[in-house]
Ligand binder design. Structure first.
Ligand code: MRU
Length: 354
């Protein structure tokens, strides 16, 4: 059994010379484990937009390291010019994907450091930025571990868990959120039977979740998204664990397209449905899920991608939203690094930040 592949957490890192970010290219998995080097604004934008790095927390970590690498390249003579160029890069990177709040959250943290230190030299500001992106990464590792511990209290040895998309180490820093309790439990000698939705159209469940769990020695079974109802009806699922891209103040949760369908099914079959994510994924500026922008992606991801030849009538209209919002009324609990929120979320989420 090799748990290290799934938990070692080197999917996003700063190069030793600090001139680039090194990422596992998640689009190449599970067939080949390849690393890419990101050095320019275009490299970073494309890596995020094309899902070479994906998963809300991992996007935030990559953006933080990336904006540090880009800040080192700014050749401004004075603070005002440095700040203006920093903001231009930040806005560009922030526009790469709209739904996962961790992207703007991490970039804002980096920017605040620049604006709060206008009296410092360029070298001093760069040193602070380096410290901040390392902190963002280290904090995520600690948050994932805490989420994993809390999540583990919700399940017992032998349980069947259904998960959607990929919220494992690749999507975060280490352990992951939705997969974290399963990997941690496995390290402690527990066994789970996991059903992984393939997660159309980009197959994060098939390509990434099965890869991580299989290498960790966890009993994982791949199912098509439309099989979730049957495995629930068969009595094979004790709980659903999913990640999140943005949680509104009332608990409505945006996650990979299809998550809300899993929640609706879980309610029908009386199965608890848990969202697992760090508090950096909570956006108190969004009152409800209606305030969350849902990313629309290329129609070709549905009609052609991963097929040898097109599998839909050429020219047919395709609707390809990348995320949907699960209504808070369908969520049994939201597992964060600070504890497990229960309904009413408008109260328990506010309490997290006190
Ligand atoms: O489009 P993706 O692959 O970035 O979507 C990822 C998800 O929806 C994950 O479930 C979410 O980001 C949580 S990752 C811990």
């Amino acid at each position: 059994m090799d748990i290290s592949i799934a938990t070692k957490g080197d999917n996003v890192k700063l190069s030793e010379d600090k001139k680039s970010v090194i990422l596992i290219d998640q689009t190449k998995l599970p067939n080949s484990l390849e690393y890419i080097t990101v050095q320019t604004p275009g490299d970073l934008y494309n890596a995020i937009f094309e899902l070479k790095v994906r998963g809300a927390p991992a996007i935030g970590i990559a953006a933080a390291y990336g904006i540090y690498v880009l800040a080192r390249q700014i050749e401004a003579d004075n603070y005002e010019d440095f700040l203006a160029e920093f903001r231009e890069q930040k806005d560009y990177i922030n526009s790469s994907r709209p739904t996962a709040v961790n992207l703007s959250w991490a970039l804002n943290r980096m920017e605040q450091l620049v604006t709060a230190n206008s009296d410092k030299s360029r070298a001093e500001i760069l040193a602070l930025l380096e410290k901040e992106c390392v902190s963002i990464h280290e904090e995520d590792i600690a948050m994932c571990l805490a989420i994993s511990e809390y999540g583990l209290t919700l399940i017992k040895d032998g349980d069947g868990i259904l998960t959607h998309c990929n919220a494992g180490p690749l999507a975060t820093s280490k352990y992951g959120t939705a997969l974290g309790p399963l990997l941690l439990g496995k390290e402690r000698g527990m066994d789970f039977r996991v059903f992984a939705d393939e997660t159309r159209p980009l197959l994060q469940g098939a390509r990434l979740t099965t890869y991580e769990l299989f290498h960790a020695g966890i009993d994982v079974t791949l199912i098509c998204d439309n099989m979730a109802s049957l495995v629930m009806k068969n009595g094979w699922i004790n709980a659903c664990f999913i990640g999140c891209d943005r949680i509104a103040a009332n608990g409505d949760t945006a996650n990979k397209i299809g998550s809300s369908a899993v929640a609706i099914l879980a309610k029908h079959y009386g199965i608890p449905f848990y969202v697992l994510g760090p508090t950096s994924t909570i956006d108190m500026n969004c009152q409800t899920g209606d305030d969350i922008e849902i990313e629309l992606r290329d129609p070709g991801e549905i009609s052609e991608k991963y097929y040898v030849k097109p599998m839909a009538q050429v020219g047919v209209k395709c609707y390809n939203p990348a995320f949907d919002v699960t209504d808070h009324s369908l969520i049994t609990g939201i597992v964060t690094e600070k504890g497990i929120c229960r309904p009413p979320y408008s109260e328990s989420i506010v309490a997290l930040f006190k």
